[in-house]
Design a protein around this ligand. Structure first.
Ligand code: SF4
Length: 475
């Protein structure tokens, strides 16, 4: 979006108005692929009924199914994979603003391995992590089975000078601090799509965060496939903690959080850092995937319920009142009823604030694709529903305890359901994924403003959402 905007394109979120449609896709599991394909087909209709002259498909679906998209959806005029972001301009028929240096920090080939200057020539970058090189030799990133996939793995990183447009409003922004992943999880093809782990430079992230806050952003969420590895390739120890420490000093930044912690990388220093700064949200998202040691071993993630409970205990002691989010996969090949019972017991004991359950998706190119003991789809669905039902009860009881508490709420706007309600979030809700705070009483105020913070009292609790009454503005 930033590249197109800088090159003079006028952006609109209304497909019926657009001359060029871009669908950014996902392809890590079946449901994501389906949603991507449905959206492409929906957008394709605008070529006959709307103003659209061009349809471009971008992102991870292109990495996996480049040839098939071109063959089966003739309305698609161009595809742009995850490693060729700049070609969006050519695909859209928009000339680059100037013949400039690449807006990305491209790490490629021998220069990267030797830890020399990147091909863009403007940045010094260290080599990938030894773990990534080893996994590459073991075939972790292989894409041969994917017809049409670009041979080379994506190696770009954006930096503070890469043009960017926020699609998340004025107040909240994501910052990607790293790309790629070196973990061997056998259910996952994200490393094949995104390449080896590589961190953005520390100063680059800090500069971008400062600029965002200067432009009015008040909440920053750090993301990456594995945020807790941040800085290992830059020779930093406890890099994420150091980065949070630095970002927390930015005046005007009210909420700072990170997502996707890897369970065995939650260090004491990281927890101390979360506890130490008022503007670091007391919130931890740690996808655990399962709790049965046998399933976790087969997933090549290791650990199990006992170790996880210790980790969660450590987290809760270091940061009292912290909200915990996790996600699980049910129906992994070989998963037995006993494994599921173990997972359910764990969920009861762990008492997560937020929990997502995914059905196992059998992805070509993943290690588990070749595994025997595939679980029937109906069984997977039944297991998923049971686990969600269990969590619903836990969540409802936990949310009841919120009633009467005074919290700071970021007002996000009128509820989609009725204009009598506003929606918001506390520091214990990450953007887009967790429950909501519905505001039904503005208290002493005549009205609310989206993007502003208010003090509010929780008055009611539902299964995942709560209702609140505004007490005052939160300055
Ligand atoms: S850590 Fe996450 S992104 Fe990396 S392989 Fe495992 S599940 Fe995939």
């Amino acid at each position: 979006m930033g590249l197109l905007d800088r090159a003079g394109a006028r952006l609109t979120g209304r497909p019926e108005e657009a001359e060029i449609l871009v669908v950014n896709t996902c392809s890590f599991i079946d449901t994501a692929k389906q949603e991507s394909v449905d959206t492409i087909l929906e957008m394709a209709r605008h070529k006959t009924s709307g103003r659209a002259k061009k349809l471009i498909v971008a992102g991870c679906l292109v990495e996996r199914y480049r040839d098939e998209i071109r063959k089966n959806i003739p309305e698609v005029d161009a595809v742009v994979g995850t490693g060729e972001l700049e070609s969006i301009l050519e695909a859209a028929g928009v000339a680059p603003a100037a013949k400039a240096v690449s807006p990305f920090n491209i790490l490629t080939g021998a220069a990267v391995r030797a830890g020399q200057e990147s091909l863009a020539g403007t940045h010094k970058e260290p080599a990938f992590r030894a773990e990534g090189e080893l996994r590459e030799r073991q075939g972790r990133f292989a894409r041969e089975e994917w017809q049409g996939a670009a041979h080379l793995l994506p190696t770009y990183l954006y930096d503070e000078n890469t043009p960017r447009l926020l699609s998340t409003g004025r107040t909240s922004a994501y910052i990607k601090i790293a790309e790629g992943c070196d973990h061997p999880c056998t259910f996952c093809v994200i490393p094949n799509l995104r390449g080896k782990f590589r961190s953005r430079r520390f100063e680059s992230v800090v500069t971008e965060a400062r600029r965002l806050v200067d432009s009015g952003v008040r909440e920053i969420t750090l993301i990456g496939q594995d945020t807790t590895c941040y800085g290992e390739d830059l020779g930093l120890k406890d890099g994420l903690a150091a980065l949070l420490d630095e970002l927390a000093k930015i005046e005007g930044l009210r909420w700072l959080r990170f997502l996707y912690a890897y369970p065995n990388r939650i260090t004491g220093r990281l927890l101390e850092t979360i506890a130490k700064h008022d503007n670091i949200c007391k919130y931890l998202d740690v996808p655990l995937q399962h709790a049965s040691p046998a399933v976790l071993k087969s997933m090549k993630r290791g650990a199990g319920a006992e170790i996880f409970l210790k980790t969660l205990g450590k987290v809760r002691t270091a940061v009292p009142g912290i909200a915990l989010r996790t996600s699980f996969i049910v129906g992994f090949p070989g998963e037995t009823d006993a494994d599921v019972a173990q997972l359910e017991e764990f969920v009861k004991e762990a008492r997560f604030d937020w929990l997502g359950v995914f059905s196992y998706s059998d992805e070509e190119g993943s290690g588990a694709h070749a595994f025997g003991g595939k679980v029937p789809k109906r069984t997977i669905e039944a297991r998923r529903k049971r686990l969600m039902k269990l969590q619903q009860g836990i969540s409802k009881r936990a949310k009841q305890e919120w009633v009467g508490r005074e919290v700071v709420v970021l007002a996000e706007g009128e509820s989609a359901e009725t204009e009598l309600l506003w929606e918001g979030r506390t520091q214990f809700h990450a953007p887009e994924i967790d429950g909501k705070v519905y505001i039904n009483d503005f208290g002493p105020l005549a009205g609310l403003e989206a993007g502003r913070f208010y003090r509010a009292e929780i008055t009611e609790a539902h299964e995942y959402d709560v209702v609140a009454r505004v007490v005052s503005e939160a300055l």
